[in-house]
Design a protein around this ligand. Structure first.
Ligand code: ADP
Length: 630
């Protein structure tokens, strides 16, 4: 068996866990088991590595072994390591010297158990056991049981066998490449490499017969690279090991694999996990960590004095997803249970929980947004309907006001028109004279112009009252102006009814934002009601007062009368639609007034005055003035 190099990879964790479980439930001691001290001291374990420390496969297995031992004994164990370096120093003399050296070295600290990681280490320790560790138990690992037989491993040596089954690797290749017609098997020129080639020939006999099979051996590294680069595309390449090429140049096998795989014209497979990142598609193997774990449990058994027996380290298929993609090989054709490395998981596979949660949240948000949008649409439709109804109601209210005021307005209009007629007659009389007084005539014409303007203003106000509006005409205006124009409209009617009008205007402008005509309508409604309430009162006391000002940062208008006042129990009801105490009343004036004021963010209220009469007050938000520079 050969140790290629290995790296501990997270992908192997699954296998590692599976191995732990296998080990834990299959007759090995529990991890927490406290070992009986050997002659009152911690047990001594010597791990013998066949090569040097660069051969990562052995160090990975060795590390797995050490960690498990330390954990199981709560660190009450003495661990020693020796690297024989037999790949670079294959001479018998070297092995002999190492034997003598280690015999001396461990004279005072004889190991209780020796672990030989690999065939060469097993041969070495079997030969030197009496000198280095007399009476110690030996655990050998890292090669197959057939090799154990071949090297004549003594019965008492316990084996953790790892069978690197090249046939299984070949069968995996056939599943992935069912149409392949050529088979190439690559092996180097070191003894170990040749041993591998011989086992492969025996193992692949029947399998190889189905293909046009070529063994690439006795070649230099360049020849390996060149031959592999020119194999037909429908070939399977099986990579054994190249510890040495024909020229005797030493290699770490995976480095040789890297060179060959870089330009190979067909997929390469190999029986070592260490080949994964160096260009092989996959294979069947015993992973080095699982081997280390298996060996550790054998060692624990040996120290505890339990009878040991040979075990097989678990085998597994492995594949490199990147290479499968490179060669267009399907994941579906992999043997069941294959560990797939470097597989790019889809967003769903990798983050399914986050994706599901995000999807859920987004869906919820979308639903909430949809509901809110629908709600907003409904609200807007309702608002629009309410606005249309308000506009219609206000228009009807305005028409009613115009109707009620029509006789006074006609009367009022009559005044400027009569004045115009009289002035016109007077002017023509003057012109018929011999020497007409032109200055006087000019004065008369000025009067006519003024009267015409008065008439035109009256008509303009009337038109404003009757105009139907399709939407709110938002504008900023001074509440004083609107109050004044309302007074203008009703002053004729007030006169007719013997009501004295008084107005107290705020010194400052009271800028509000609303539809001017609507606010004017509110003032007219309040004024009309006030005049109605004073109809029974003695003429001398009939006073209608308008006061504007600022209250609580809002524009305020009060309309006070000297009428009957509002019965206290009716105060809460007067703004309700259809509440009226008048024979010909509709009970809509105040409810429309409230709807208008509230539309513009304001409020309306009513009180009785202590001295008699009622007072109505409206408040509207003041338009915020821009800060004036100092
Ligand atoms: P209408 O004028 O058609 O009755 P309104 O909604 O304008 O409808 O008024 C509702 C009721 O409120 C009136 O019928 C009246 O009883 C009472 N009212 C309104 N203004 C005054 C006021 N200034 N003084 C006394 N009562 C008032």
């Amino acid at each position: 068996m050969c140790w290629g190099e290995a790296r501990v990879r997270t992908q192997y964790t699954r296998l590692w866990l599976a191995t732990i479980l296998f080990v834990a439930f299959n007759c090995f001691p529990a991890a927490s088991e406290i070992l009986p001290p050997v002659a009152g001291r911690a047990p001594r374990i010597l791990i013998v590595y066949p090569y040097d420390e660069r051969i990562v496969a052995t160090t990975v297995a060795g590390e797995a072994l050490r960690s498990r031992l330390i954990e199981a004994t709560n660190s009450r164990i003495d661990l020693f390591s020796e690297f024989l370096d037999l790949s670079r120093f294959p001479e018998t003399e070297h092995a002999k010297r190492m034997g003598e050296y280690l015999a001396r070295k461990y004279e005072a600290r004889r190991p209780d158990v020796v672990v030989a990681l690999g065939k060469e280490a097993a041969i070495f320790i079997t030969a030197n056991r009496d000198a280095i560790a007399p009476g110690a138990k030996i655990v050998a690992a890292g090669f197959g049981s057939s090799t154990a037989e071949k090297i004549g491993l003594p019965q008492e040596v316990i084996g953790a066998f790892s069978t690197f089954d090249i046939l299984k690797t070949a069968e995996m290749a056939r599943r992935l490449q069912p149409d392949a017609r050529h088979l190439y098997i690559i092996g180097g020129s070191a003894d170990f490499d040749r041993g591998w080639l011989a086992s492969a020939r025996a193992a692949l006999g029947e399998f190889a017969a189905r293909y046009d099979t070529t063994y690439l051996e006795d070649l230099t590294i360049d020849e390996f690279v060149d031959r592999s680069a020119h194999v037909p595309r429908d070939s399977i390449i099986l990579m054994l090991t190249i510890f040495k090429d024909r020229t005797g140049r030493n290699f770490i096998p995976r480095e040789a694999v890297r060179q060959i795989a870089a330009t190979a014209s067909a997929p390469i497979y190999g029986p070592y996990q260490t080949y994964v990142d160096y260009g092989v598609v996959g294979g069947n193997t015993v992973t080095f960590d699982s081997l280390g774990q298996t060996v550790a449990d054998l060692v624990l058994n040996a120290i505890a004095g339990r009878p040991g027996q040979d075990v097989d380290a678990p085998q597994t298929y492995f594949a490199d997803a990147r290479q499968l993609q490179r060669w267009g090989l399907s994941l579906q054709n992999l043997p069941a249970g294959t560990i797939i490395m470097h597989q790019k998981m889809s967003l769903w596979q990798e983050h399914w929980l986050v994706v599901t949660a995000t999807f859920g949240v987004v869906t919820m948000q979308a639903t909430v947004i949809a509901i809110l949008l629908l709600e907003r649409r409904r609200r807007r439709a309702a608002e629009s309907r309410a606005r249309i109804h308000l506009l219609e109601a206000v228009h009807l209210n305005q028409s009613a006001t115009a109707g009620a005021l029509s006789s006074s307005i006609a009367h009022e209009l009559n005044q400027p028109l009569s004045a115009i007629r009289n002035n016109a007659e007077a002017a023509s009389e003057l012109l018929r004279g011999r020497s007409p007084d032109l200055q006087l005539i000019q004065q008369i014409l000025v009067d006519i112009q003024e009267d015409d303007k008065r008439a035109s203003d009256i008509i303009g106000r009337m038109r404003g009252l009757l105009k139907k509006r399709s939407d709110i005409d938002w504008q900023e205006f001074d509440l004083n102006d609107v109050t004044w124009s309302a007074i203008q409209i009703i002053h004729g009617e007030a006169e007719r009814r013997g009501v004295t009008l008084k107005a107290t205007e705020a010194a400052d402008k009271l800028m509000v934002r609303a539809d001017k005509v609507h606010v004017q309508q509110v003032v007219l409604n309040l004024a009309a009601n006030a005049m109605d309430a004073m109809s029974e009162v003695a003429r001398v006391r009939k006073t209608l007062t308008f006061i504007t000002g600022v209250s609580n940062d809002r524009a305020a208008l009060c309309v006070a009368d000297t009428g009957t006042g509002i019965p206290e129990d009716c105060l809460p009801s007067i703004f309700e639609p259809f509440y009226t105490t008048k024979q010909a009343g509709t009970g809509l004036g105040l409810s429309i007034a409230r709807a208008i004021v509230e539309t513009y963010g304001g409020a309306i209220s009513a009180y009785n005055l202590p001295e008699g009469g009622a007072i109505f007050r409206i408040d509207l938000p003041l338009v915020k003035r821009q800060e004036e520079p100092e």
